[in-house]
Design a protein around this ligand. Structure first.
Ligand SMILES: Nc1ncnc2c1ncn2[C@@H]1O[C@H](COP(=O)(O)OP(=O)(O)OP(=O)(O)O)[C@@H](O)[C@H]1O
Ligand SMILES: [Mg+2]
Length: 291
């Protein structure tokens, strides 16, 4: 992905070298950011986020997957990786963010959320601020940052919702998942009225049930909020996914011809992912939203 330099026009007139230094330093461009959330646990956020990251990286983008399920991370397991460092080390200032990244398939990078470290489970606002400040330096190195959220709706996640332009909500056809997904959708619009939200119905027996789930969700949101998310796609309950989790290889690599893999590939082509850039850097906005 190329970023148009603010100096491009001046250069075109051959004046860049001679112009006074009034323009100041070139701001570092931020990456496009896609948050993946659901409210409810176990809906398939991490499976979706890892398969999207791999698919987009295979397409040639520089992709960073941030496992923001801090303290209970598992994206590294789904990718078959063994990170030496995680975001806890970054938060504590023990390593630079670049040093905490681990290489995944097709050049994608993972920042693990860390497993079983109490300090990570409930970070304070100050700790999160330190983390976001550190992660800001990564943004210019990637085209796309995908943030895999954990269950629940803590203030760390709400800060992400306030800062992102694009959110994928993962639900399934059960009323509990739909209800939690609706709560996240409502909150996201409250803190970020311009947010673009897409719904993915995962682990459903068939398309009919996925459409019925979407219709229920959108009818409630239209009625109570006056708007609705976009239907991005559905993913069948597919034994190929269970197998991929077992062998620690994302299903789009392990069984690319499976129905689930094809669904993930279609979801990865959702157009708003290509437009998911905010006017200012994502992590700067997220820091402001923490205050
Ligand atoms: N489409 C699917 N077909 C079959 N199994 C699936 C599918 N999607 C997810 N699963 C199963 O559900 C499990 C939970 O998925 P995943 O870890 O992605 O959920 P999650 O929403 O990230 O959970 P958490 O809230 O704990 O972060 C996976 O380990 C996988 O076995
Ligand atoms: Mg998860």
């Amino acid at each position: 992905m190329t970023h148009r330099s603010p100096f491009a026009r001046l250069k075109a007139f051959g004046r860049a070298d001679k112009s006074p230094l009034r323009l100041g330093p070139k701001p570092e461009p931020g990456a496009r950011v896609l948050c993946v959330a659901s409210g409810k646990g176990g809906t398939g956020k991490s499976v979706l986020a890892t398969n999207l990251a791999v698919t987009r990286a295979r397409g040639g983008e520089r992709v960073l997957l941030v496992d923001f399920d801090a303290g209970l991370a598992n994206a590294h397991l789904l990718l078959g990786l063994a990170p030496q460092h995680d975001m806890g080390h970054v938060m504590e200032g023990r390593v630079r963010p670049q040093e905490a990244l681990v290489d995944g398939p097709f050049g994608m990078k993972l920042l693990s959320g860390g497993v079983g470290r109490a300090a990570l489970v409930n970070p304070t606002r100050r700790e999160l601020d330190r983390l976001f400040k550190a992660l800001r330096s990564l943004e210019s190195e990637f085209d796309l940052v995908i943030v895999d959220h954990g269950a629940g709706m803590g203030y760390g996640m709400v800060a992400h919702l306030a800062a992102t332009s694009t959110l994928l909500l993962v639900t399934n056809h059960e009323v509990t998942a739909l209800s939690d997904g609706y709560a996240v959708y409502k909150r996201a619009h409250m803190v970020n009225p311009g947010i673009r939200v897409g719904l993915v119905v995962n682990r459903v027996p068939d398309e009919h049930l996925s459409r019925a789930a979407f219709d229920r969700f959108s009818a409630a949101s239209r009625r109570f909020l006056g708007h609705q998310p976009e239907f991005v796609g559905w993913v069948p309950a597919d034994p190929a996914v269970s197998h991929s989790v077992q062998v620690r290889v994302p299903v789009v690599i392990d069984s690319p011809e499976s129905e689930a893999a094809r669904s993930f590939a279609r979801i990865a082509a959702w157009a708003p992912i290509d437009q998911a850039r905010t006017a200012s850097a994502f992590y700067e906005k997220a820091r402001k939203a923490l205050r």
